[in-house]
Ligand binder design. Structure first.
Ligand code: PLP
Length: 431
Protein backbone atom coordinates (compact mmCIF):
# COMPACT_ATOMS: atom_id res chain seq x y z
CA UNK A 1 0.00 0.00 0.00
CA UNK A 2 1.27 3.48 -0.85
CA UNK A 3 2.41 5.32 2.31
CA UNK A 4 0.13 8.28 1.50
CA UNK A 5 -2.89 5.93 1.34
CA UNK A 6 -1.75 4.34 4.57
CA UNK A 7 -1.56 7.75 6.23
CA UNK A 8 -5.07 8.67 5.05
CA UNK A 9 -6.33 5.34 6.36
CA UNK A 10 -4.66 5.96 9.73
CA UNK A 11 -6.34 9.36 9.87
CA UNK A 12 -9.69 7.73 9.14
CA UNK A 13 -9.14 5.00 11.72
CA UNK A 14 -8.24 7.47 14.44
CA UNK A 15 -11.02 9.92 13.44
CA UNK A 16 -13.82 7.38 12.95
CA UNK A 17 -12.99 3.68 12.53
CA UNK A 18 -16.43 2.99 11.04
CA UNK A 19 -15.78 5.31 8.09
CA UNK A 20 -12.55 3.43 7.44
CA UNK A 21 -14.52 0.15 7.55
CA UNK A 22 -16.99 1.50 4.99
CA UNK A 23 -14.28 1.92 2.31
CA UNK A 24 -13.99 -0.50 -0.59
CA UNK A 25 -10.61 -2.04 -1.40
CA UNK A 26 -10.13 0.70 -3.98
CA UNK A 27 -11.27 3.26 -1.40
CA UNK A 28 -8.60 2.02 1.00
CA UNK A 29 -5.87 2.00 -1.64
CA UNK A 30 -6.56 5.33 -3.34
CA UNK A 31 -4.71 8.52 -2.41
CA UNK A 32 -3.90 11.83 -4.01
CA UNK A 33 -0.22 12.05 -4.96
CA UNK A 34 1.51 14.77 -2.97
CA UNK A 35 4.77 14.76 -4.83
CA UNK A 36 3.60 14.32 -8.39
CA UNK A 37 3.27 16.76 -11.24
CA UNK A 38 0.25 18.56 -9.83
CA UNK A 39 1.73 19.39 -6.46
CA UNK A 40 5.12 20.38 -7.92
CA UNK A 41 3.28 22.59 -10.36
CA UNK A 42 1.19 24.17 -7.56
CA UNK A 43 4.40 24.87 -5.67
CA UNK A 44 5.87 26.49 -8.80
CA UNK A 45 2.77 28.64 -9.35
CA UNK A 46 3.25 30.06 -5.87
CA UNK A 47 7.04 30.49 -6.02
CA UNK A 48 8.45 30.39 -9.55
CA UNK A 49 8.16 34.03 -10.55
CA UNK A 50 10.74 33.97 -13.39
CA UNK A 51 9.92 30.90 -15.50
CA UNK A 52 7.28 28.31 -14.68
CA UNK A 53 8.13 25.31 -16.84
CA UNK A 54 5.98 22.78 -15.02
CA UNK A 55 2.56 21.70 -16.18
CA UNK A 56 1.54 20.56 -19.65
CA UNK A 57 -0.24 23.59 -20.96
CA UNK A 58 1.15 26.11 -23.42
CA UNK A 59 1.44 29.81 -22.62
CA UNK A 60 1.98 32.96 -24.59
CA UNK A 61 2.02 36.67 -23.70
CA UNK A 62 1.59 35.92 -20.01
CA UNK A 63 -1.57 33.81 -20.41
CA UNK A 64 -2.72 30.45 -21.73
CA UNK A 65 -2.10 29.99 -25.45
CA UNK A 66 -5.41 29.80 -27.33
CA UNK A 67 -6.96 30.02 -30.75
CA UNK A 68 -8.88 33.11 -31.82
CA UNK A 69 -11.48 30.85 -33.43
CA UNK A 70 -12.43 29.63 -29.96
CA UNK A 71 -11.92 32.79 -27.95
CA UNK A 72 -13.98 34.99 -30.27
CA UNK A 73 -17.15 33.12 -29.33
CA UNK A 74 -16.31 33.21 -25.63
CA UNK A 75 -15.08 36.77 -25.41
CA UNK A 76 -17.00 37.52 -22.20
CA UNK A 77 -14.55 35.26 -20.36
CA UNK A 78 -10.88 35.70 -19.60
CA UNK A 79 -8.63 33.05 -21.20
CA UNK A 80 -7.31 32.04 -17.76
CA UNK A 81 -10.87 31.13 -16.72
CA UNK A 82 -11.34 28.82 -19.70
CA UNK A 83 -8.22 27.14 -21.01
CA UNK A 84 -5.94 25.97 -18.18
CA UNK A 85 -6.75 22.79 -16.29
CA UNK A 86 -9.13 23.35 -13.38
CA UNK A 87 -7.73 21.92 -10.11
CA UNK A 88 -8.78 18.25 -9.58
CA UNK A 89 -11.13 19.28 -6.76
CA UNK A 90 -12.58 22.10 -8.84
CA UNK A 91 -12.27 25.87 -8.95
CA UNK A 92 -11.83 26.99 -5.33
CA UNK A 93 -14.25 29.92 -5.62
CA UNK A 94 -16.93 27.71 -7.17
CA UNK A 95 -16.57 25.29 -4.24
CA UNK A 96 -16.96 28.12 -1.75
CA UNK A 97 -19.95 29.64 -3.51
CA UNK A 98 -21.67 26.25 -3.79
CA UNK A 99 -21.09 25.61 -0.09
CA UNK A 100 -22.67 28.97 0.73
CA UNK A 101 -25.64 28.15 -1.49
CA UNK A 102 -26.00 24.79 0.25
CA UNK A 103 -26.06 26.53 3.63
CA UNK A 104 -28.60 29.10 2.47
CA UNK A 105 -30.93 26.47 1.08
CA UNK A 106 -30.44 23.88 3.85
CA UNK A 107 -30.46 25.74 7.18
CA UNK A 108 -30.29 22.39 9.02
CA UNK A 109 -26.65 21.94 8.00
CA UNK A 110 -25.61 25.26 9.55
CA UNK A 111 -24.44 23.75 12.84
CA UNK A 112 -23.17 20.49 11.32
CA UNK A 113 -19.65 19.47 10.33
CA UNK A 114 -19.35 18.95 6.61
CA UNK A 115 -16.59 19.33 4.07
CA UNK A 116 -16.02 21.61 1.17
CA UNK A 117 -17.91 20.38 -1.92
CA UNK A 118 -15.57 18.74 -4.45
CA UNK A 119 -16.47 19.45 -8.08
CA UNK A 120 -17.47 16.42 -10.15
CA UNK A 121 -18.26 15.89 -13.81
CA UNK A 122 -21.94 16.25 -12.78
CA UNK A 123 -24.01 13.96 -10.61
CA UNK A 124 -23.37 10.65 -12.37
CA UNK A 125 -19.68 11.13 -11.73
CA UNK A 126 -20.39 11.99 -8.06
CA UNK A 127 -22.36 8.75 -7.74
CA UNK A 128 -19.60 6.76 -9.40
CA UNK A 129 -17.06 8.25 -6.97
CA UNK A 130 -19.25 7.01 -4.11
CA UNK A 131 -19.40 3.60 -5.77
CA UNK A 132 -15.62 3.51 -6.23
CA UNK A 133 -14.84 4.60 -2.68
CA UNK A 134 -17.37 2.46 -0.84
CA UNK A 135 -18.88 -0.37 -2.92
CA UNK A 136 -17.14 -3.72 -3.03
CA UNK A 137 -18.39 -6.93 -4.62
CA UNK A 138 -21.44 -8.15 -2.68
CA UNK A 139 -22.11 -4.94 -0.75
CA UNK A 140 -25.80 -4.08 -0.49
CA UNK A 141 -26.93 -1.01 -2.42
CA UNK A 142 -30.37 -0.10 -1.11
CA UNK A 143 -32.86 2.06 -3.01
CA UNK A 144 -36.57 1.97 -3.86
CA UNK A 145 -38.19 0.04 -6.69
CA UNK A 146 -38.90 3.28 -8.54
CA UNK A 147 -35.51 4.76 -9.27
CA UNK A 148 -33.12 6.22 -11.80
CA UNK A 149 -32.02 3.23 -13.84
CA UNK A 150 -28.36 4.29 -14.00
CA UNK A 151 -27.78 3.30 -10.34
CA UNK A 152 -27.71 -0.27 -11.56
CA UNK A 153 -24.79 0.37 -13.91
CA UNK A 154 -22.90 2.60 -11.47
CA UNK A 155 -23.19 0.43 -8.40
CA UNK A 156 -24.25 -2.98 -9.72
CA UNK A 157 -22.48 -3.64 -13.02
CA UNK A 158 -19.45 -1.47 -12.44
CA UNK A 159 -18.75 -2.34 -8.80
CA UNK A 160 -20.65 -5.62 -8.39
CA UNK A 161 -22.80 -4.29 -5.56
CA UNK A 162 -25.97 -6.27 -4.83
CA UNK A 163 -29.04 -4.13 -5.52
CA UNK A 164 -31.66 -4.37 -2.79
CA UNK A 165 -34.96 -2.72 -3.75
CA UNK A 166 -37.92 -1.99 -1.52
CA UNK A 167 -41.33 -0.60 -2.58
CA UNK A 168 -41.12 3.21 -2.69
CA UNK A 169 -44.70 3.69 -1.52
CA UNK A 170 -46.83 2.24 1.25
CA UNK A 171 -50.41 1.25 0.43
CA UNK A 172 -51.60 4.70 1.40
CA UNK A 173 -49.01 6.21 -0.91
CA UNK A 174 -46.54 7.56 1.60
CA UNK A 175 -42.79 6.94 1.58
CA UNK A 176 -42.18 3.37 2.76
CA UNK A 177 -39.63 3.96 5.50
CA UNK A 178 -40.53 0.59 6.98
CA UNK A 179 -39.38 -1.02 3.70
CA UNK A 180 -36.11 0.90 3.90
CA UNK A 181 -35.72 -0.13 7.55
CA UNK A 182 -36.23 -3.82 6.75
CA UNK A 183 -33.84 -3.70 3.80
CA UNK A 184 -31.22 -2.11 6.05
CA UNK A 185 -31.67 -4.43 8.99
CA UNK A 186 -31.41 -7.44 6.67
CA UNK A 187 -27.76 -6.40 6.11
CA UNK A 188 -26.87 -7.00 9.77
CA UNK A 189 -24.67 -9.99 8.91
CA UNK A 190 -22.66 -7.95 6.40
CA UNK A 191 -22.45 -5.03 8.81
CA UNK A 192 -22.50 -2.56 5.92
CA UNK A 193 -24.91 -0.99 3.46
CA UNK A 194 -25.04 1.85 0.95
CA UNK A 195 -28.40 3.67 0.84
CA UNK A 196 -29.41 5.98 -1.99
CA UNK A 197 -32.09 8.59 -1.24
CA UNK A 198 -33.33 10.59 -4.22
CA UNK A 199 -35.85 13.38 -3.62
CA UNK A 200 -37.42 14.79 -5.75
CA UNK A 201 -37.60 11.23 -7.00
CA UNK A 202 -36.95 10.17 -10.57
CA UNK A 203 -39.31 8.81 -11.97
CA UNK A 204 -42.31 9.64 -9.74
CA UNK A 205 -41.65 13.28 -8.84
CA UNK A 206 -42.26 12.47 -5.16
CA UNK A 207 -40.67 14.20 -2.19
CA UNK A 208 -41.71 12.99 1.27
CA UNK A 209 -43.15 15.25 3.95
CA UNK A 210 -41.28 16.32 7.07
CA UNK A 211 -42.65 13.48 9.21
CA UNK A 212 -41.75 10.89 6.55
CA UNK A 213 -38.29 12.46 6.38
CA UNK A 214 -37.90 11.96 10.13
CA UNK A 215 -38.97 8.32 9.72
CA UNK A 216 -36.33 7.79 7.02
CA UNK A 217 -33.64 9.22 9.30
CA UNK A 218 -34.92 7.08 12.19
CA UNK A 219 -34.68 3.93 10.03
CA UNK A 220 -31.05 4.72 9.17
CA UNK A 221 -30.22 5.52 12.81
CA UNK A 222 -31.80 2.24 13.92
CA UNK A 223 -29.59 0.33 11.48
CA UNK A 224 -26.51 2.19 12.74
CA UNK A 225 -27.46 1.38 16.33
CA UNK A 226 -27.77 -2.27 15.31
CA UNK A 227 -24.09 -2.14 14.29
CA UNK A 228 -24.47 -1.61 10.53
CA UNK A 229 -22.16 0.91 8.88
CA UNK A 230 -24.33 2.95 6.51
CA UNK A 231 -23.14 5.18 3.69
CA UNK A 232 -26.18 7.35 2.88
CA UNK A 233 -26.07 9.13 -0.45
CA UNK A 234 -28.56 11.91 -1.03
CA UNK A 235 -28.91 12.23 -4.80
CA UNK A 236 -30.26 15.78 -4.85
CA UNK A 237 -30.34 16.11 -8.64
CA UNK A 238 -33.71 17.89 -8.70
CA UNK A 239 -33.15 19.87 -5.51
CA UNK A 240 -35.18 23.02 -5.08
CA UNK A 241 -38.07 22.06 -7.36
CA UNK A 242 -40.51 21.56 -4.48
CA UNK A 243 -43.97 22.63 -5.64
CA UNK A 244 -46.15 21.69 -2.66
CA UNK A 245 -45.89 20.92 1.04
CA UNK A 246 -42.93 18.54 1.43
CA UNK A 247 -39.40 18.44 2.70
CA UNK A 248 -37.62 21.38 1.15
CA UNK A 249 -34.15 20.53 2.45
CA UNK A 250 -31.89 17.62 1.66
CA UNK A 251 -31.94 14.86 4.28
CA UNK A 252 -28.14 15.23 4.26
CA UNK A 253 -28.60 17.89 6.97
CA UNK A 254 -30.66 15.71 9.27
CA UNK A 255 -28.33 12.74 8.81
CA UNK A 256 -25.15 14.72 9.50
CA UNK A 257 -23.79 14.18 12.98
CA UNK A 258 -26.48 11.63 13.87
CA UNK A 259 -24.33 8.55 14.46
CA UNK A 260 -20.68 7.55 13.97
CA UNK A 261 -21.80 4.60 11.83
CA UNK A 262 -23.65 6.89 9.40
CA UNK A 263 -21.67 8.62 6.65
CA UNK A 264 -23.86 11.15 4.82
CA UNK A 265 -22.71 11.98 1.28
CA UNK A 266 -24.44 14.71 -0.68
CA UNK A 267 -24.35 14.41 -4.45
CA UNK A 268 -25.80 17.46 -6.16
CA UNK A 269 -25.04 19.89 -8.92
CA UNK A 270 -26.02 22.47 -11.46
CA UNK A 271 -27.33 19.99 -14.07
CA UNK A 272 -31.07 20.09 -13.37
CA UNK A 273 -31.21 22.91 -10.80
CA UNK A 274 -29.60 25.49 -13.05
CA UNK A 275 -30.84 23.96 -16.34
CA UNK A 276 -27.33 23.24 -17.66
CA UNK A 277 -27.57 19.53 -18.44
CA UNK A 278 -24.66 19.46 -20.89
CA UNK A 279 -22.28 21.55 -18.77
CA UNK A 280 -21.42 18.61 -16.48
CA UNK A 281 -20.90 20.43 -13.19
CA UNK A 282 -21.75 18.61 -9.96
CA UNK A 283 -20.46 18.28 -6.42
CA UNK A 284 -19.80 15.65 -3.80
CA UNK A 285 -19.81 16.64 -0.11
CA UNK A 286 -19.20 14.53 2.98
CA UNK A 287 -20.42 15.10 6.54
CA UNK A 288 -18.28 13.90 9.45
CA UNK A 289 -17.57 15.14 12.95
CA UNK A 290 -13.81 14.75 12.68
CA UNK A 291 -11.89 17.24 10.50
CA UNK A 292 -9.22 14.61 9.70
CA UNK A 293 -11.92 12.29 8.35
CA UNK A 294 -13.25 15.04 6.08
CA UNK A 295 -9.76 15.76 4.78
CA UNK A 296 -8.98 12.09 4.17
CA UNK A 297 -12.26 11.60 2.28
CA UNK A 298 -11.57 14.69 0.20
CA UNK A 299 -8.06 13.44 -0.62
CA UNK A 300 -9.39 10.04 -1.62
CA UNK A 301 -12.09 11.68 -3.75
CA UNK A 302 -9.39 13.73 -5.48
CA UNK A 303 -7.43 10.52 -5.99
CA UNK A 304 -10.39 8.92 -7.79
CA UNK A 305 -10.86 12.06 -9.90
CA UNK A 306 -7.15 12.17 -10.79
CA UNK A 307 -7.25 8.48 -11.72
CA UNK A 308 -10.35 8.73 -13.91
CA UNK A 309 -10.99 12.16 -15.50
CA UNK A 310 -7.95 13.96 -14.02
CA UNK A 311 -10.00 17.13 -13.58
CA UNK A 312 -13.39 18.50 -14.61
CA UNK A 313 -13.95 20.85 -17.54
CA UNK A 314 -12.86 24.39 -16.71
CA UNK A 315 -15.20 26.48 -18.93
CA UNK A 316 -18.35 24.94 -17.45
CA UNK A 317 -17.13 25.63 -13.93
CA UNK A 318 -16.50 29.24 -14.91
CA UNK A 319 -19.95 29.56 -16.50
CA UNK A 320 -21.70 28.14 -13.43
CA UNK A 321 -19.65 30.26 -11.03
CA UNK A 322 -20.45 33.39 -13.04
CA UNK A 323 -24.17 32.58 -12.91
CA UNK A 324 -24.17 31.84 -9.17
CA UNK A 325 -22.55 35.21 -8.52
CA UNK A 326 -24.84 37.13 -10.86
CA UNK A 327 -27.29 39.52 -9.17
CA UNK A 328 -29.93 38.29 -11.63
CA UNK A 329 -29.48 34.64 -10.70
CA UNK A 330 -32.16 34.29 -7.98
CA UNK A 331 -34.80 36.20 -9.94
CA UNK A 332 -34.16 34.18 -13.11
CA UNK A 333 -34.33 30.91 -11.21
CA UNK A 334 -37.58 31.98 -9.56
CA UNK A 335 -39.03 32.66 -13.00
CA UNK A 336 -38.18 29.17 -14.25
CA UNK A 337 -39.46 27.65 -11.00
CA UNK A 338 -42.80 29.32 -11.69
CA UNK A 339 -42.94 27.78 -15.17
CA UNK A 340 -42.15 24.30 -13.83
CA UNK A 341 -44.63 24.60 -10.97
CA UNK A 342 -47.30 25.83 -13.39
CA UNK A 343 -46.80 22.69 -15.47
CA UNK A 344 -46.94 20.40 -12.44
CA UNK A 345 -50.14 22.06 -11.21
CA UNK A 346 -51.69 21.83 -14.66
CA UNK A 347 -50.93 18.10 -14.89
CA UNK A 348 -52.49 17.54 -11.49
CA UNK A 349 -55.64 19.47 -12.33
CA UNK A 350 -56.03 17.56 -15.61
CA UNK A 351 -55.59 14.22 -13.88
CA UNK A 352 -58.03 15.18 -11.12
CA UNK A 353 -60.63 16.54 -13.56
CA UNK A 354 -62.24 13.14 -14.14
CA UNK A 355 -61.96 13.43 -17.94
CA UNK A 356 -59.76 10.34 -18.21
CA UNK A 357 -62.14 8.03 -16.41
CA UNK A 358 -60.61 5.09 -14.67
CA UNK A 359 -57.85 3.99 -17.09
CA UNK A 360 -55.00 4.98 -14.83
CA UNK A 361 -53.99 6.13 -11.39
CA UNK A 362 -51.03 8.33 -10.75
CA UNK A 363 -48.27 8.09 -8.19
CA UNK A 364 -48.13 11.06 -5.82
CA UNK A 365 -45.98 13.86 -7.20
CA UNK A 366 -45.12 17.25 -5.74
CA UNK A 367 -41.65 18.11 -7.12
CA UNK A 368 -39.01 17.68 -9.79
CA UNK A 369 -39.32 17.15 -13.53
CA UNK A 370 -41.56 14.08 -13.79
CA UNK A 371 -44.76 12.31 -12.91
CA UNK A 372 -45.69 8.67 -13.39
CA UNK A 373 -48.98 7.15 -14.48
CA UNK A 374 -49.90 3.69 -13.24
CA UNK A 375 -51.82 2.12 -16.10
CA UNK A 376 -54.70 -0.16 -15.19
CA UNK A 377 -55.74 -1.69 -18.51
CA UNK A 378 -52.82 -1.76 -20.93
CA UNK A 379 -49.14 -2.63 -20.94
CA UNK A 380 -46.87 0.40 -20.50
CA UNK A 381 -44.42 -0.46 -23.26
CA UNK A 382 -47.18 -1.33 -25.74
CA UNK A 383 -48.75 2.03 -25.03
CA UNK A 384 -45.40 3.80 -25.35
CA UNK A 385 -44.76 2.25 -28.76
CA UNK A 386 -48.32 2.93 -29.92
CA UNK A 387 -48.05 6.59 -28.85
CA UNK A 388 -44.87 7.07 -30.85
CA UNK A 389 -46.10 5.24 -33.92
CA UNK A 390 -49.60 6.64 -34.13
CA UNK A 391 -49.31 10.06 -32.55
CA UNK A 392 -45.64 11.03 -32.53
CA UNK A 393 -45.67 11.27 -28.73
CA UNK A 394 -42.70 10.06 -26.67
CA UNK A 395 -42.98 8.78 -23.10
CA UNK A 396 -40.94 6.38 -20.96
CA UNK A 397 -42.31 2.95 -20.02
CA UNK A 398 -41.07 1.52 -16.72
CA UNK A 399 -42.06 -2.05 -16.02
CA UNK A 400 -45.53 -3.32 -17.03
CA UNK A 401 -47.69 -0.57 -15.62
CA UNK A 402 -45.78 2.69 -15.25
CA UNK A 403 -45.49 5.46 -17.82
CA UNK A 404 -43.19 8.36 -16.95
CA UNK A 405 -44.09 11.74 -18.34
CA UNK A 406 -41.56 14.58 -18.21
CA UNK A 407 -43.82 17.61 -17.82
CA UNK A 408 -40.56 19.56 -17.60
CA UNK A 409 -40.35 19.56 -21.38
CA UNK A 410 -43.98 20.21 -22.36
CA UNK A 411 -45.34 23.76 -22.42
CA UNK A 412 -48.28 24.25 -20.07
CA UNK A 413 -50.66 25.02 -22.94
CA UNK A 414 -49.83 21.67 -24.59
CA UNK A 415 -50.25 19.46 -21.54
CA UNK A 416 -53.96 18.87 -22.02
CA UNK A 417 -53.39 17.78 -25.61
CA UNK A 418 -50.59 15.47 -24.47
CA UNK A 419 -52.70 13.73 -21.82
CA UNK A 420 -55.69 13.56 -24.18
CA UNK A 421 -53.46 11.72 -26.66
CA UNK A 422 -52.13 9.33 -24.02
CA UNK A 423 -55.73 8.64 -23.00
CA UNK A 424 -56.73 8.08 -26.62
CA UNK A 425 -53.79 5.68 -26.95
CA UNK A 426 -55.07 3.65 -24.00
CA UNK A 427 -58.58 3.49 -25.54
CA UNK A 428 -57.11 2.41 -28.93
CA UNK A 429 -55.27 -0.48 -27.31
CA UNK A 430 -58.31 -1.53 -25.34
CA UNK A 431 -60.10 -1.81 -28.69
C1 PLP B 1 -31.99 10.99 -10.02
C2 PLP B 1 -30.88 11.39 -10.92
N1 PLP B 1 -29.64 11.42 -10.44
C3 PLP B 1 -28.60 11.76 -11.22
C4 PLP B 1 -28.78 12.09 -12.54
C5 PLP B 1 -27.58 12.41 -13.37
O1 PLP B 1 -27.30 13.75 -13.42
P1 PLP B 1 -26.07 14.31 -14.30
O2 PLP B 1 -26.63 14.56 -15.65
O3 PLP B 1 -25.71 15.56 -13.57
O4 PLP B 1 -24.99 13.31 -14.29
C6 PLP B 1 -30.06 12.07 -13.09
C7 PLP B 1 -30.24 12.37 -14.52
O5 PLP B 1 -31.21 12.10 -15.15
C8 PLP B 1 -31.14 11.72 -12.25
O6 PLP B 1 -32.39 11.67 -12.73
Amino acid sequence: MNPLAEQLNENLKSGNIHVYEMLSTLGKEIYFPKEGILSQSAEATAGAKKYNATIGIATENGGPMHLAAIQETLSAYKPQDLYPYAPPAGKPELRTVWREKMLRENPTVADKHFGNPVVTNALTHGLSIVADLFADEGDAIIYPDKNWENYELTFGIRRHGVIVNYPLFTEDMKFNSQGLREALLSQKDKGKAIVILNFPNNPTGYTPGVKEGDEIVAAVVEAAEAGINVVVVTDDAYFGLFFEESLSESLFGKLAGRHPRILPVKVDGATKEEYVWGFRVGFITFAAEDAGVLTALEQKTMGIIRATVSSGAHPSQTFVLQALKSPEFEAQKAEKFKVMKGRANKVKSLLDSGKYGDVWEYYPFNSGYFMCLKLKMVNADELRQHLIREYGVGTIALGDTDLRIAFSCIAEENLEDLFDIVYKGVLDLQG
